[in-house]
Design a binder for this molecule. Structure first.
Ligand code: NAD
Length: 476
């Protein structure tokens, strides 16, 4: 039986959202030259939060110029130890302002406060701390005796982990001596703009970090700008392909972090209750808006019924609703467009003959919501087994032998992550050798650490972020 909880809403008093924002260029919030305003809404209530700028080509050009000047005149001349001090200061300010940032992130993105408070923001700070440690040790990173920065980095990020993706991009770039122009996603620009304030508070030299808001056209103007030396993109495979085509033949160094369709593989000897927690974390964390989500459950046939019974009982306890309530497990879908995509692919699942089961949880009347859902009877040919749904929807397939599990797990154009649940250590190693995925989690899922490189194979992109390997993307 589910417990009844009284609402425990986090106060929003700590957050100060302005009615309108400019762009953060050369250390100042500036009015756009050829940008136009657009509105940002709270996906849990559909209320307008603020007006921000869709930066035009001239705005983007000014940001790149500011980054170039800061690179030449200041940042590339500082010692690694001096750069480290700024990164360390930024990390400390993120920690000091963590509650404010977490509330703002949940309002803007729709993710539960529990996750922004305990995952997104602490991990963003950890990335700055970690890279502060590298800034004066780059000659020891195994990339040659005197690795050099590339110059100006153009960075484009998605909406699912707004501040965390910003940290993954900006921290290594700055540690390695580059300056940046970053474009947050159009639905979630507010914590990136707050990060502009944090740069001011840290006395970061003007122009080292520039934030231009906007949608696809702004992103395109940025990554195709002639005076950027590095392009780092996280987002859909489709846009990633277009960026790779545009960058082909240029001097720009490119890293792409794209989609995924990860297999979470459960063997009959696994601790099933723990596996259920891992499955729930794998697909319902952050509403399933996770590139490395365990969106394909592969369960050994002999335990499939037992496991699915346990999973459904667990899913019935998930609380969907107000992202700012500390009891909430699953928040709002980030946008109506994303909700449409999730609904559409789920309907394809019905049409193709898979069996849908939805957790019996009430949903709020306003805002964008999708109840946790699983599809059983899924075959490998189904679109819901092949395409990324990027929502709280799990496709369940079965297997009989380890070899069949590997074959099915690898039968995807993607290759970002995978999970294995078994009591046998030798089997974990055997599988990890054979799974074509950038990360393989064993008896756990969705574990992240700044010291551990993250990235994919095949259509999940190339290059790594985090760890020693992640530095390579920002050094010549
Ligand atoms: P998206 O590709 O549409 O947008 C991502 C970002 O790119 C946004 O900031 C967007 O404004 C910008 N953009 C759009 N068109 C552009 C263009 N032509 N040139 C330059 N920039 C452009 O993706 P989305 O819908 O925002 O995010 C969901 C997708 O991102 C999913 O497929 C997910 O798997 C992927 N993703 C991958 C990772 C990873 O680490 N591999 C992480 C998060 C999300």
């Amino acid at each position: 039986m589910a417990f009844e909880y009284a609402p425990a809403p986090e106060s929003t008093a700590i957050v100060d959202i302005r009615a309108s924002y400019g762009l953060f260029v050369n250390g100042e919030f500036t009015d756009p030259v050829d940008g136009t305003p657009f509105k940002v809404i709270n996906p849990a209530t559909e209320e307008v939060l603020a007006e921000v700028v869709e930066a035009g080509p001239t705005d983007v050009d000014q940001a790149v110029r500011a980054a170039r000047a800061a690179y030449q005149d200041v940042w590339s001349r500082l010692s690694g130890a001096d750069r480290a001090k700024y990164l360390y200061r930024i990390a400390r300010i993120i920690q000091e302002r963590s509650r404010e940032i977490a509330v703002l992130e949940s309002i803007d993105n729709g993710k539960p406060i529990r996750e922004s408070r305990d995952f997104d923001i602490p991990l963003a700070a950890a990335h700055f701390f970690y890279h502060a440690g590298w800034a004066d040790k780059l000659p020891h990173a195994g990339l040659g005796p005197n690795p050099r920065p590339l110059g100006v980095a153009a960075q484009v990020i998605p909406w699912n982990f707004p501040l965390l993706m910003l940290a993954w991009k900006i921290a290594p770039a700055l540690a390695c001596g580059n300056t940046v122009v970053l474009k947050p996603a159009e639905t979630t620009p507010l914590t990136a703009l707050l990060f502009g304030e944090i740069c001011q508070q840290a006395d970061l030299p003007s122009g080292v970090v520039n934030i231009v808001t906007g949608a696809g056209a702004t992103g395109r103007a940025l990554v195709e700008h002639e005076d950027v030396d590095k392009v780092a993109f996280t987002g859909s495979t489709e846009v990633g392909r277009a960026i790779a085509r545009a960058a082909a033949g240029s001097h720009k160094k490119l890293t792409l972090e794209l989609g995924g369709k990860a297999a979470n593989i459960v063997f009959d000897d696994a601790a099933l209750d723990q596996a259920v927690e891992g499955i729930v974390n794998g697909i319902f964390f952050n509403q399933g808006h996770v590139c490395c989500a365990g969106s394909r459950l592969l369960v050994q046939e002999s335990v499939a019924d037992e496991l699915l019974g346990k999973l459904k009982r667990r899913m019935a306890l998930l609380r969907v609703g107000d992202p700012l309530d500390k009891n909430t497990d699953i928040g709002a879908i980030n946008s109506s467009a994303q909700l449409d995509r999730i609904r559409e692919l789920s309907e394809v699942g019905d049409f193709e003959g898979a069996e849908r089961w939805t957790a019996p949880c009430p949903l709020p009347d306003r805002g964008f919501w999708f109840a946790p859902t699983i599809f059983t009877g899924v075959s490998q040919a189904h679109r819901i087994a092949r395409e990324e749904i990027f929502g709280p929807v799990l496709s369940v397939l079965t297997f009989r032998t380890p070899a069949e599990a590997v074959e099915k797990a690898n039968n995807t154009p993607y290759g970002l992550s995978a999970g294995v649940w078994t009591e046998k250590g030798s089997r974990i190693l055997w599988l990890a050798d054979r799974l074509r995925a950038g990360v393989v989690w064993a008896n756990t899922f969705n574990q992240f650490d700044p010291a551990s490189p993250f990235g994919g194979y095949k259509e999940s992109g190339y290059g790594r972020e985090g760890g020693r390997h992640g530095l390579e993307a920002y050094l010549a």
